[in-house]
Design a protein around this ligand. Structure first.
Ligand code: C2E
Ligand code: MG
Ligand code: MG
Length: 728
């Protein structure tokens, strides 16, 4: 802001200021001196020169505020001095003093740029008055210049601030046409400001927001309308979406808030004009949208997550209730997907999951929702349906889509999904109930093996509760080490010697006593608790075997049952071997018992890990041989040492003669492959006789001994006792 101060005082100060220097160029020495003393008396400093050349020389080197020059000098005219001073471009006032009476001389002097003309003889007061006048003029010019400079600077500053504002700043006339807009518009919207002047403001607004913009602009024309802030999308060629989002502020320009505008702007007289600021909030909005999206979606597949699924399910229930419709909630789970993680790594497994989600989505209708819960689990909201057949049809479509092998590094991979279905309204009328019941049904679906499904039934719930109960208890039991191992001898039929023992897990339940594995192994397998449990079994078996070796009573080998889930661990083989090393147990004395279903889903992975074990010396036995999916092919893929004939065949020996052919065939396969054969579950003398006749090498069963606690077995081994039946 420019401060004018007190005008009168400033002028006096300037003219009384001793720093005012006046040069008198006058060849009449006396006259020059008397003028000089007059000026000095007036408070100024005055110097004299007798010739034009001397005067101009002095002016070229010294600063003066005023020149008094005689028109007739010996070397040149006063006019000439005025011309030279003007030509030098200095803004130095020159007063021409002359005895000339002709008006021409005065006019010419003034034309040449003299500040004033004073005639001789000089009247002192008149001269002083004229000098003051000229000095005041000069002072005013200087002040004006510096004011002008300040104004320019201030204008440049405001211009700079406006043009470099991060916001778009604009003014509108009463018809809401743009009268001013700053440079920011070019950068934000890709439109030159000149092209916008005179155009309606709504032209800038993105089509979908125009109606709202018109409303706001109409409103703001009402008198006394307070400033408004609205969020508007403005069309932008700078953004791939075609718009950017702005928080736009509109304020009417009133007399009160524009009185400082100088010079007056057209809107001051033309009524309801407006000033506005549009702030680009696109990035903030997008960041918020991104965050909201990620709170509700799964990052890997982009599918809704559990939270969003729950919300949509809530809406579906409300709608279905109103329209009396039925719909299904389907819980899908990929069978044995964890093996893909451990075999191929997370990056490739994630890629497969993305493909799975895409394939499932292809089977859905517009209103259906597919959500990813975790890992390989999906929830599907299938609406509306007429009957269970509609759900069956969707599940079949999904099964077909998944049937096409997935490729991982040129390896085709076959995957199946199991499903559990809960229907609205019969299986629940809240999101929680439907999701939970679909999950319970899934558990039953999976029991039937891979690629199957089940619809929820009330009876499943009690079973699920029991399972959940066991799961919690199992977890605690592992922490509290409530387990123990029993060992069942395996003896040689021919020489009656003990060949090995099988380690069998028991849960020493605080309330229910000793529980057999059949009561909890299933839950342990499903929940993955089998992995820490198996680790304990291996460690404990190795510890006892080492103890028996040190006592010199050890059986030649210990059989350990291996869960398929253990093989899913990427570090399985190393962990297994390090347990043996830790207890100093030779690998040859451990026989791992596996069942054939270990090979169903991922034979390649199972074969490779088991081969690794055999290379390190561990023996492999096929347990419950003949009861499950059988492929003799894998028997040749790595060295198997033992076939264990399942007890169901052994028990048939007494009852059904037709079964003899099966057991005979199994024994001959074993012989053909050069394998050790152990018959399990031998309970009677007749079974023993038959097996001996057929050339079976070993037996295991209650006839010899029930599984014994470690201490009991130890006593038994220490006595070197033979089972009574064999002694007979
Ligand atoms: P399996 O490996 O086939 O074990 C043999 C089962 O048959 C044992 O049942 C054993 O007590 C029983 N058995 C042996 N001889 C006779 C007999 O003469 N008559 C009758 N009726 N049964 C006999 P158990 O101990 O209840 O184990 C059941 C299954 O649990 C085992 O079958 C095995 O698959 C699993 N299991 C046991 N311990 C473990 C373990 O540590 N890890 C894993 N993953 N599974 C285990
Ligand atoms: Mg076994
Ligand atoms: Mg068995």
């Amino acid at each position: 802001m420019i401060y004018w101060g007190d005008k009168g005082k400033s002028e006096d100060r300037a003219m009384d200021d001793e720093r005012v220097r006046i040069l008198i160029i006058e060849d009449d020495t006396r006259f020059a001196q008397s003028m000089a003393s007059l000026l000095c008396n007036a408070g100024w400093s005055a110097e004299t020169c007798l010739t034009g050349v001397a005067g101009l020389g002095r002016l070229a080197t010294e600063p003066y505020d005023l020149v008094l020059v005689d028109i007739n000098l010996p070397d040149m005219s006063g006019h000439e001095v005025v011309r030279v001073v003007r030509e030098r471009g200095e803004n130095l006032p020159v007063i021409v003093v002359s005895g000339e009476t002709q008006i021409d001389a005065a006019i010419q002097a003034l034309r040449l740029g003299a500040a004033d003309f004073v005639r001789k003889p000089i009247e002192p007061d008149f001269l002083l008055h004229r000098i003051r006048g000229v000095l005041r003029q000069r002072w005013l010019e200087r002040e004006y210049k510096s004011f002008q400079h300040l104004v320019n600077q201030s204008e440049r500053l405001h211009r700079f601030l406006v043009d470099n504002s991060p916001d778009i700043i604009f003014t509108l006339d009463e018809d809401n046409r743009i009268t001013f807009i700053n440079d920011r518009v070019q950068e934000s919207l890709g439109i030159a400001r000149q092209d916008l002047l005179g155009r309606p403001m709504v032209d800038l607004v993105y089509a979908d927001d125009r109606e709202r913009a018109r409303y706001v602009l109409r409103e703001r024309q009402n008198e006394n309308q307070p400033p408004q802030t609205v969020e508007l999308r403005l069309t932008s060629s700078q953004d791939s979406k075609g718009y950017r989002i702005f928080q736009t502020y509109f304020s009417s320009i009133t007399e009160a808030n524009c009185s400082s505008l100088h010079p007056p702007q057209p809107w001051e007289t033309e009524g309801s004009c407006c000033y506005g600021v549009a702030r680009d909030i696109t990035d903030q909005r997008e960041a918020t949208q991104w965050a909201t999206y990620h709170v509700n979606h799964d990052a890997l597949t982009g599918l809704p997550n559990r939270q969003l699924f729950r919300d949509r399910l809530g809406l579906a229930i409300t709608q279905a209730m109103r329209n009396r419709e039925r719909f299904a909630v389907i819980h899908l789970n990929m069978d044995r997907f964890s093996a893909i993680n451990s075999l191929y790594g997370h990056a490739r497994a994630d890629e497969v999951l993305r493909q799975i989600s895409e394939r499932i989505q292809r089977c859905l209708r517009g209103g259906d929702t597919l959500a990813r819960l975790a890992a390989d689990e999906f929830l599907l909201l299938n609406l509306p349906i007429r009957s269970e057949d509609d759900v069956q049809a969707v599940l079949e479509r999904i099964a077909q889509e998944l049937a096409e092998p997935f490729m991982i590094d040129d390896t085709p991979l076959k995957l199946t999904a199991s499903a559990g279905v809960a229907l609205y309204p019969e299986h629940g009328d809240s999101p929680e109930a439907l999701i939970r019941h679909a999950n319970i049904a899934l558990y039953h679906g999976r029991r039937a093996g891979g690629g199957s499904h089940a619809f929820f039934q009330e009876a499943m719930r009690a079973d699920a509760d029991q399972r959940l109960h066991i799961e919690h208890q199992l977890q605690r039991a592992i922490e509290l080490k409530q387990f123990e191992l029993h060992f069942q001898p395996q003896v040689d039929i021919a020489n009656r010697r003990i060949r090995g023992v099988e380690a069998l897990l028991r849960w020493n339940h605080p309330e229910r006593g000793l529980l057999s594995p059949n009561e909890f192994i299933g839950v342990a397998e499903e929940t993955g608790l089998i992995v820490p449990l198996s680790k304990w079994v291996l460690d404990e078996s190795c510890r006892l075997l080492r103890q028996w070796i040190d006592l010199g009573i050890a059986p030649p080998r210990v059989g350990i049952n291996l869960s398929p889930r253990c093989l899913d661990l990427p570090t399985f083989v190393d962990c297994f071997m390090s347990s043996l090393d830790q207890h100093g147990v030779p690998a040859e004395r451990i026989e791992v018992e596996i069942t054939e279903n270990l090979f169903i889903h991922d034979p390649a992975m199972a074969v490779s890990k088991l081969r690794d074990l055999t290379i390190r010396g561990v023996r492999i036995a096929i347990d419950d041989f003949g009861t499950q999916y059988s492929s003799l092919g894998y028997l040749q893929k790595f060295p198997i040492h033992t076939l264990k004939i399942d007890k169901s065949f052994v028990w048939e020996i007494d009852r059904d003669v037709s079964q003899h052919t099966i057991i005979k065939a199994i024994i001959s396969i074993g012989h053909g492959l050069g394998l050790n054969l152990i018959a399990e579950g031998v309970e009677t003398e007749a079974q023993l006789r038959f097996l001996r006749e057929q050339g079976c090498s070993e037996i295991q069963g209650f006839l010899i001994s029930r599984p014994l606690p470690g201490r009991k077995l130890e006593q038994w081994l220490a006595r070197g006792a033979h089972p009574p039946t064999l002694n007979a």
